[in-house]
Design a protein around this ligand. Structure first.
Ligand SMILES: Cc1cc2nc3c(=O)[nH]c(=O)nc-3n(C[C@H](O)[C@H](O)[C@H](O)COP(=O)(O)OP(=O)(O)OC[C@H]3O[C@@H](n4cnc5c(N)ncnc54)[C@H](O)[C@@H]3O)c2cc1C
Length: 488
């Protein structure tokens, strides 16, 4: 097969949240940007899709928000949590004037992201499968891809892998195996339905926790359609697959408030499930390459922050590269700075996701800590999702101590059980703070929130008929990591 050779400034693999968000500022800076995706849009992907205000603002920055709002999504202005006798309702604070959450199905949302990137001047090519990174003197200088049976070599000064969790680009650059990761104890089972409360439905993203389930009721798109997501013990996901309706009904039966809320729903879509949710960080930059969005980092979706981070750090990658692209030394330094900023912004939520994704029912201690949020006038618990500050500053030591004292004092308290739990939780509190404040860039020291047994599936292989690529050596990666630690 003969190869068509092209030359552009930046080639991006993956045209969803991270890829399109990176493409927009690059194209707006007048650079030639090609975004390649094997999908044909509109195209769905396994993901629920809530964006809280801090994430919605990224759609605004990108220029996609007017088209998204034209789809008529519900706008939820409140966050509500029900857990036993604890009930918390908060109004979101605004970010760039946006004080609502939305939840637009990925096929519709991502098609608009592609359109927005094209309008900014990026060329988005669909049904194009990227197979290899092209290397010169240890530097990524392009990709090889196939579209409509034609092979292309697209040469570029920067290769961005925005190709998701099972990233081919991560494999090609030798970064597929994470340097830190954690097994997820929860799986997802979700479906759409017509909201049985119609126009009386609360103007809220609701969380119903009961008996080990964490169920989200997410007003979706178009208004009147609702997404219900059970984040439940991963071990029960095979049951949901075997008999979806039986296990959905059992979920409603053990969660009476949820049953009252959505039990009478009609027009239920097929149930979708996954238990493939290990969280991780991969080495995400190197000479001439970067991994954006899930390709570089994934945290448990219980945090509702994956798209926000892919959009935000896609945008910031584009902005960082736009002014440094033509000087390899400055470009690589900008990439490392971008990666370090992503890590600093996401690490607290990663640990939170690891803790929240442990299966099991709410303990007396956790419930008492949650109770400390009841009656707060200012949005506060929602700061966990909106990422105004690290989670440890939202669920801070004062709350933990108050919760502990109240749990121990409660009539009939199982004090031994509470102290046993404390012995598990305390090391986590200490180690995640230590990790955020003291451990360096790409530190590999395991923390107490991380669970062994994570899996990302087999590494994608380059087609055997093509010449082997030249991935970065371990020694080069190590040297680069040392440089980044020094430059912190
Ligand atoms: C069950 C579940 C629920 C979630 N719920 C939420 C939520 O409610 N809120 C939230 O914010 N986040 C959620 N997330 C996380 C969110 O889905 C991701 O963080 C987000 O999709 C990351 O976007 P991305 O652009 O990095 O990658 P992706 O969305 O994975 O896109 C990668 C793209 O790369 C393309 N691609 C891959 N390989 C190649 C190749 N070789 N050649 C060409 N193209 C290629 C794919 O076709 C795909 O279009 C959830 C995730 C899961 C799994």
């Amino acid at each position: 097969m003969s190869t068509v050779v092209e030359k552009v400034d930046v080639v991006i693999v993956g045209a969803r949240c991270a890829g399109t968000a990176a493409a927009v500022p690059l194209a707006q800076a007048g650079l030639t940007v090609v975004v390649l995706d094997k999908a044909r849009f509109p195209s769905d992907t396994i993901s629920t899709h809530v964006l809280v205000p801090n994430g919605v603002q990224e759609l605004k920055f990108m220029g996609a928000l007017p088209k998204i709002l034209a789809l008529n999504p519900s706008k939820s202005h409140y966050l509500t949590l029900h857990d036993g006798d604890v009930e918390i309702t908060e109004r979101y604070k605004p970010f760039c004037g946006i004080d609502y959450a939305i939840c637009v199905p990925r096929d519709q949302q991502d098609a608009i992201l592609v359109e927005t990137a094209r309008e900014a001047g990026a060329e988005v090519r669909e049904r194009t499968n990227v197979e290899q990174v092209v290397w010169r003197d240890g530097r990524a200088v392009g990709v090889r891809c196939v579209s409509d049976g034609i092979e292309y070599e697209i040469q570029a000064e920067l290769v961005v892998g925005a190709d998701g969790r099972h990233s081919r680009i991560a494999a090609e650059v030798g970064a597929y195996t994470p340097y830190r990761a954690s097994k997820n104890g929860r799986g997802f089972a979700f479906r759409y339905l017509d909201d049985p409360l119609g126009t009386d439905a609360p103007d809220a993203l609701e969380i119903f926790r009961a008996d080990g389930d964490q169920v989200l009721v997410l007003p979706s798109c178009p208004a009147g359609r609702t997404l219900v997501v059970n984040m439940t013990d991963a071990a029960t996901i095979p049951d949901f697959r075997r008999d979806p309706d039986l296990y959905w009904q059992r979920m409603l039966d053990r969660n009476p408030m949820l049953k009252t809320r959505v039990g009478a729903a009609t027009n239920l879509s097929k149930l979708r499930t996954t238990d493939d949710l290990s969280a991780y960080y991969r080495r995400s930059t190197g000479p001439g390459w970067a991994l954006a969005g899930d390709a570089g980092h994934f945290k448990d979706p219980v945090t509702g922050n994956g798209m926000r981070d892919a959009l935000k750090f896609g945008r910031l990658l584009g902005e960082a590269v736009a002014t440094t692209l033509h000087d390899p030394v400055r470009l690589d330094a900008a990439l490392r700075g971008w990666e370090a900023a992503r890590d600093a912004d996401t690490i607290s939520t990663y640990h939170w996701g690891n803790r929240e994704s442990r299966p099991g029912a709410t303990s007396a201690l956790t419930r008492e800590v949650l109770r400390t949020f009841v009656g707060d006038d200012e949005p506060n618990l929602s700061d966990t999702f909106n990422r105004v500050r690290p989670i440890e500053s939202v669920i801070h030591p004062g709350r933990l101590v108050t919760g502990l004292v109240n749990a121990l004092r409660a009539p009939g308290a199982d004090r031994r059980g509470i102290l046993r739990e404390l012995r598990v939780e305390l090391p986590m509190e200490i180690s995640l703070r230590r990790h955020r404040l003291l451990d360096g860039f790409r530190s590999t020291k395991p923390t107490a929130t991380e669970r062994p047994g994570w899996s990302l599936g087999p590494e994608p292989q380059a087609p055997s008929c093509r010449p082997a690529a030249e991935p970065q050596t371990e020694a080069a990666a190590e040297a680069e990591s040392q440089t980044a630690q020094v430059s912190q």
